[in-house]
Ligand binder design. Sequence first.
Ligand SMILES: [Zn+2]
Length: 711
Amino acid sequence: MSHEDFPTEKPAVVTCGLPYANGDLHIGHLRTYVGGDIYSRSLRTLGQKTAFVSGSDMHGTPVAVNAEKEGVTPEEFALRHHEKYEATFPRFNIEFDNYGHTHDETNTELTQEIVRTLEAEGYVYEKEIPVAYDPDADQWLPDRFVEGACPYCGAHARGDECDEGCGRHLEPGEIEAPTSTLTGNPAEYRERKHKFFAVSDLQDYLQEFIDRLEGTSNARNQPREWIEGELQDWCITRDMDWGIDYPGEEGDDLVLYVWVDAPIEYVSSTKQYTERVGADTFDWEAAWKDAGVSESDAGSEARRTESGGDIVHIIGRDIIQHHTVFWPAMLRGAGYVEPRAVMASGFITLNGKGFSTSRNRAVWADEYLDEGFHPDLLRYYLATNGGFQQDVDFSWSKFRDRVNSELVGTVGNFLYRSMLFAYRNFEGTPDAAVSEEVETRIEEAIDEFEAGINDYSVRKSGNAAVRLAQFGNEYIQRNEPWKLTDEDPEAAAQVIRDCVQIAKAIAVLFFPVAPGKMQALWEQLGEDGSVTDTGVDDAFEAPPATFGEPEALFEKIEAERVEELNEKLEARVAETESESDESDEDAEENMDADTDSDIDFEPIADDRISFEDFQDLDLRVGEIVAAEGIDGADKLAKLTVDIGVEERQIVAGIKQLHDLDSLSGSKVIIVANLEQAELFGVESDGMLLAAGDEADLLTTHGDAVPGTKVQ
Ligand SMILES: [Zn+2]
């Protein structure tokens, strides 16, 4: 890949997928926003000039449909949700530099300008297409106003998206057996002229783009199938009045499709930030446009990688296609900078099942705070519980485990004991130089932090500080300063001096994950100002010579609390279920992580097998040594697995489902005596066991070594 490591000299823009102004936020929704906030704070800590922006997605049919149900205007309806989101994010320490919305003047103007540019560059054409129409309601039926069957997989689908089946974006006219959601009647298809964006003209460009794209492997790999296949042009207009008017066709009830103006809000929001703070602080044009490059350079390779800023999009994995195909095509066509990286997060389940807003099966954002939990605890859980692209399960008991063992037991314990010791014996930072061992360990922690950012892993960058605290605990234990205070006060001073420096380094490196708690630590260390303004070099600066008595930063969550919270949740779900026999469909769009996975399990096989038959399988514990995608194969990866007696090469269909770079070191279970096979020209000697469509890899609970037989 052709990008320089972070920090670079360029301005960076970190964006979060726009929440759709149509519902309440639950903690599952917060994952991408927490991830974005941590990522942008971390970039700044590394010294990168960074803007962190987002805004509410106000347009589209779900807002129009629900506003109509409530008898209010779409604008009123969407603004109400927008204001709620804007107020909720800061309560979780998610602090955007600018948070706008797609219906404001900046975005309306910029959207129309970009569409005009695409027209002028010859990327827009008009075509007559069949559009669903409800003759009883005398109305066109864009997107969510129509339902039917997906033409690709047959699943029940909404007008613009096969949300229950293959997940494809659907163009107007594609849905089969259409029915109107207004009247429930079958819809007719009528011919109507619409505007199209010629995405197919940019196919060659997109193929190069996807090779350059960084981020999580799902976002880099999944689009290949779409880009390399037949690339469909994209209908960018809709017959309705809620949205941004197609430029030049104002008052014609022809608006731009919501997916045109929604991502443009990333640019508009950055522009509003510049308007507020001035271009010297952050120049939106330097970040998003190719300033200073003449038209004649427009096609050159250098233009794309060397000018403009570093744009990082952080999204849910259900909108990868929009961000890796349509959006870069639009940016390219209009002369803007392409994204450097896309990080696509997995979904969140609650006690192993999907969140369901209609069944009230959720932990709501407000509810979490009302229960008295600090936002940083949830931030830590969401950011470090799994790789960013993996699905993460939330349960109150898992939450308690992570808080008690890591935040209280490791981080809090180290900070409290070392600072209390320093306060009682030295009234602050002892007068000594930091030992070489500790200085080196802090350097390592900074390297891990930096590597996490360059690997687009907030888990890795977040864990750097936790691992440093772990080291701190071992260091105190090993050096036993409490024995030294009388015998050898100088040696005691040395140990405590080291520990105070580790505490300060933790404040700097853990601040992106836990900004509130680390600000408190900063103040306990006697430091002035805000930890926000620090960089990694501050991890080596001595804290003030005196500071006060510390207080514990993290508190244990009791088991009874968890029981109480689980009972509350169950009672609420039961109540909601008894209230409504039919479950309303969750009308949420792009921010929606509700997969409502009441999975249809396959029935248990009728035929029983003998124990001897089972024993014929030679199952072994293995450890992944290396994993790489197989070129040309969408799904296959080549793994090297250590099974104790030897290393095996195994081909597995996990390329798009796992972050291959992070797999090495993982314990897996393999069938060691499966006959050898050749897949895509690569020999496979054994089989990896995995559960379900997402290929959840089987592993061991204890520490069985590679080669151990599974029985
Ligand atoms: Zn489908």
